[in-house]
Design a protein around this ligand. Structure first.
Ligand SMILES: [Ca+2]
Length: 438
């Protein structure tokens, strides 16, 4: 049993990272049922400006402290005294402390239930704090979930779900691992059961390798379905002469935007920037992205290659077409070529952290817009899969303040929101926590 546990831990450490060789699994010091909390200090908060900068050498960093401290991103920036971040302390309160099988995502359907995605191919419901035994949907037979990054990866309920009962899932299929976007409908007589015969495949995208499948679905404030697609996998976006990220004719390495309302499959919105499904490009593996429900701004967490993890930002007024840089750049640094890369036209991240100080694979989260903790309002929370660190990003005009809030020790596979905007943390080891202010 002990050996088995070790194997599971080793396997789970490399999930979602194509480059986890240098990552060390975090020590699990918290009991699963205990509230995870820490005191964060903010004196060292630094500011990341979104302007393009030439590559900057990373200063040597001290060993990661076992106690949470506020930490700058890896690129040294001047500390701007005039900007004051809101200070707060967060903690994680267990909602479902165990019992989920490799949960990869959490969302809601416009009511008080939480829907949790299990990677092997099930959707589960948490209702009144209890995990229902009966899955909402079970499609394990058609899901390929062998590679660490394969499986059922997310679900998005249609904005008009109450009327049409439609939801959309993103998974890698049997037997070839291609990405499938499929529509299902709730059963006519049970709100806690999907009609498992209602599946309608609307989009299939071939995957050349097992990793970098993206997997996030979100309906935007415009009612269109946004789909995060990884670059197809392997090291360094090696497929094609310029990789997939920079190839605007490929659907890999992109944020896609399609119209699925009143469609048999889908239509391309007339205002997409290139006349195709592509909304934005130059992404490596945008495993998680989200819209700020108050401002409609878009936050994309793009998993890095060997060294840097990044958060990309798209203002609500964007018309699409952004090039977020991969594989020309990894974070704020040239990648291909490794020096002197042409950064013209690229949209650089608003924040990054290095593997040396932060982890191995970024997990994007949400801007807090809930009701319970007004002090958190407007802060974007995200984490790292390998270390379990959780950071906040707060905007002050054109400056972004990144603060490490918590060392959770969890394998953070995702964040999620409920209907009221409260934020949750999903632990791949089988638990769901609510993010709270202390
Ligand atoms: Ca980038």
């Amino acid at each position: 049993m002990k050996i088995f546990n070790s194997i599971v831990l080793l396997m789970s450490v490399v999930i979602f990272s194509a480059c986890a060789a240098s990552a060390n699994p975090p020590a699990r010091t918290q009991a699963a049922t205990a509230t995870i909390s820490a005191t964060a200090t903010h004196a060292a908060t630094r500011i990341v400006t979104p302007t393009a900068q030439p590559p900057v050498a990373t200063p040597s960093q001290p060993a990661v402290s076992p106690t949470p401290t506020t930490e700058a991103t890896s690129v040294p920036r001047p500390l701007l005294e005039s900007t004051q971040p809101r200070t707060f302390q967060i903690a994680l309160t267990p909602i479902v402390p165990s019992g989920l099988t490799r949960p990869t995502y959490l969302t809601h359907a416009g009511d008080d239930r939480l829907f949790v995605v299990e990677q092997p191919g099930r959707l589960r419901i948490i209702q009144n704090g209890q995990l229902r035994d009966q899955p909402f949907l079970d499609i394990t037979a058609q899901v390929l979930s062998q590679g660490d990054e394969q499986g059922l990866l997310s679900v998005a309920f249609h904005p008009d779900y109450k009327a049409n009962g439609q939801f959309f899932i993103d998974y890698t299929r049997q037997p070839d691992g291609a990405t499938v976007i499929e529509r299902y409908t709730v059963s006519s007589d049970d709100p806690n059961r999907a009609d498992d015969q209602s599946g309608k495949v609307i989009l299939v995208i071939a995957q050349p390798e097992a990793n970098h499948n993206g997997g996030q679905l979100q309906f935007g404030p415009d009612g269109y379905l946004y789909i995060g697609m990884g670059d197809g996998g392997g090291q360094g976006d090696r497929h094609g002469s310029i990789g997939n990220g920079q190839n605007r004719n490929a659907l890999l390495g992109k944020l896609l935007r399609i119209d699925v309302t009143n469609q048999n499959t889908y239509a391309i919105p007339p205002d997409n920037p290139f006349g195709t499904e592509v909304w934005a490009y130059g992404l490596r593996n945008p495993w998680r992205f989200s819209f700020d429900r108050a401002t409609n701004d878009l936050y994309i967490a793009d998993v890095g290659q060997d060294t840097y993890e990044e958060v990309d930002f798209q203002p609500a007024a964007s018309k699409g077409g952004e090039n977020y840089g991969w594989r020309i750049m990894e974070g704020l640094h040239c990648y291909n070529p490794s020096q002197g890369c042409d950064q013209s036209g690229l949209v650089l991240p608003i924040a990054e952290y290095s593997h040396a100080v932060g982890g191995c694979a970024i997990t994007g989260g949400y801007v807090y817009r809930g009701l319970q903790y007004p002090v958190l309002d407007g802060a974007y929370f995200f984490g790292d899969y390998c270390t379990g660190y959780i950071w906040s990003l707060q905007r002050n005009r054109d400056q972004w303040l990144m603060t490490k809030q918590l060392e959770s020790g969890l394998h953070i596979s995702s964040f999620g929101e409920d209907v009221n905007g409260e934020v949750y943390v999903v632990d791949l080891d089988g638990a769901v926590y609510q993010l709270v202010a202390q």
